[in-house]
Design a protein around this ligand. Structure first.
Ligand code: ARG
Length: 467
């Protein structure tokens, strides 16, 4: 075959491989092998890294300056076409093939020089890392917005007292702000994890070639700088198959999903008529096609449900990685399916949860009405300790009083003083003060506690975390 005829044949079915095959791929294989439906969105990053690669090839004396300029201008034209909505055609195997075809379309044969010294293996790893770094930043911003809503709502709940629960049983009174901020800090940890995942994604694999490293003297250091990576990968075999950064981002997503799910769960329970602590707004609730009275917290339920899919995505990736021999294997193509799904899902869920929470109308009277003096049992034991009893002795005496309450269907504050003094000689008439919910929270000014000053400090710390 002449060079021209060969070029014409490979242009017809625009493939980046195929020379060594006598027959073409079966349609069933093409359908399975094609990833363009998933990886199309990588195009801005593939263009970006391709431009940097052209420059690296020029500096390595592989391309002339004219060729480099032509390729760069061609890539800009390709980007403009994709930006304007140009869609893949049948036969575009993946985003790299599509961009290569369009570049040939734009500048002809010079385009064929761009793939010198690189492979789709280091190319896709680089593009996915660029995408992941940006995704981490977008997720951080979306989490942050939800955190701000939490702070805003918490301000309104600072003096609202409500039960805290352990085992879903009423425990000790807390400030409503303290409860809500319990959902703030997990997200703050998530943002720390996102930054770490972003750093992990920031190792540049480009220059690793298919597996053994590029055979041309390209400057990977210059590539690193021009593409905004924080480091260079150290081993080409590892670099083309390292998907730790995908796993890390998926773990972050799963953790965020889990945290949203727990917040959603609290709100859904607190929004039931049995609790009545919160009323959901119109904009994030739905009605029932059958029961006219319903106001269902669908956004929160969908947030809770989507955490399951994110966990599935993480598990899918880890299961893919665990059995792979070293270096690139095609199994890795599916890393993007799970990564994109997790990030897309969170970017839908986070604003919806933020909106739903902003719309929540807390019924502070119902919250307070859920408190009973029996919840101050711990405070009562502490009262005795302050008067000189050991905690164990105090716990026993209060337990005795609680039993009397249960038997008589009473609350602690309705027991006669005689019952207290019979339970323990250190009880005095001021015991009834110890049964106040306000006094209970005021005792807990320890850092991280629910005392009014501690909660005020916590709110300030939360706000500082967002600047
Ligand atoms: N579409 C492929 C992926 O996403 C690109 C890399 C293909 N590499 C190869 N050796 N066939 O993984």
């Amino acid at each position: 075959m002449t060079t021209a005829a060969f070029a014409a044949a490979s242009a017809k079915s625009h493939k980046l491989w195929g020379g060594r095959f006598a027959g073409g791929p079966a349609p069933a294989f093409d359908a399975l092998n094609s990833s363009i439906g998933v990886d199309f969105r990588l195009w801005p990053f593939d263009v970006q890294l391709s431009k940097a690669w052209a420059m690296a090839l020029y500096k390595a004396n592989v391309l002339t300056l004219d060729e480099c300029n032509e390729i760069e201008a061609g890539l800009d034209a390709v980007a403009a076409r994709l930006d304007a909505g140009e869609q893949p055609v049948a036969g575009d195997e993946d985003i790299h093939t599509l961009i290569d075809r369009l570049l040939h379309d734009e500048i002809g044969d010079t385009a064929s020089k761009l793939h010198t010294g690189r492979s789709r293996n280091d190319q896709v790893a680089t593009a996915t890392r660029l995408w992941a770094m940006e995704a981490a930043i977008r997720l951080d911003a979306a989490v942050r917005e939800l955190q701000q809503v939490m702070i805003d709502q918490a301000h309104g709940l600072e003096t609202a007292l409500m039960p805290s629960y352990t085992h879903m049983q009423r425990a000790i009174p807390v400030s409503g702000a303290h409860w809500l901020l319990a959902h703030f800090w997990p997200l703050e940890r998530d943002r720390t994890r996102l930054r770490a995942a972003q750093r992990s994604a920031g190792g540049l694999p480009l220059g690793s070639g298919a597996v053994a490293g590029c055979a041309y003297p390209v400057s990977r250091v210059l590539l690193q700088g021009s593409l905004g990576f924080g480091a260079l990968t150290q081993n080409s075999i590892d670099a083309v198959s390292d998907r730790d950064f995908v796993a890390e981002l998926l773990f972050c997503a799963t953790m965020i999903g889990t945290h949203l799910s727990r917040l959603a769960e609290d709100l859904i329970i607190y929004g039931s008529s049995e609790f009545g602590f919160v009323r959901f707004g119109d904009a994030y609730s739905s009605g029932s096609s059958m029961m006219p009275q319903k106001r269902n917290p669908d956004a929160l339920e969908l947030a809770r449900g989507s955490a399951a899919r994110m966990l599935g995505n993480l598990t899918t990736l880890l299961a893919t990685l665990k059995g792979l021999p070293s270096s690139y294997n095609k199994d890795l193509q599916d890393d993007k399916r799970v990564l994109f799904d997790a990030v897309d899902t969170l970017l839908l869920v986070l604003p919806a949860v933020a909106g739903a929470l902003a719309e929540c109308d807390f019924d502070t009277q119902r919250m307070r009405a859920a408190l009973s003096s029996t919840m101050m049992a711990t405070d009562l034991a502490d009262y005795l300790v302050r008067k000189g009893a050991t905690f164990r002795e105090a716990h026993g005496a209060v337990g005795h009083l609680i039993r009397q309450c249960e038997e008589g269907g009473l609350d602690l504050h309705t027991l006669p003083f005689a019952a207290f003094s019979a339970a323990h000689p250190l009880f005095e008439h001021d015991v009834f003060d110890a049964l106040s919910a306000l006094q209970s929270v005021e005792q807990r000014e320890v850092e991280g506690g629910t005392g009014p000053s501690a909660v005020r400090g916590q709110l300030e710390a939360a706000q500082r975390a967002l600047v």
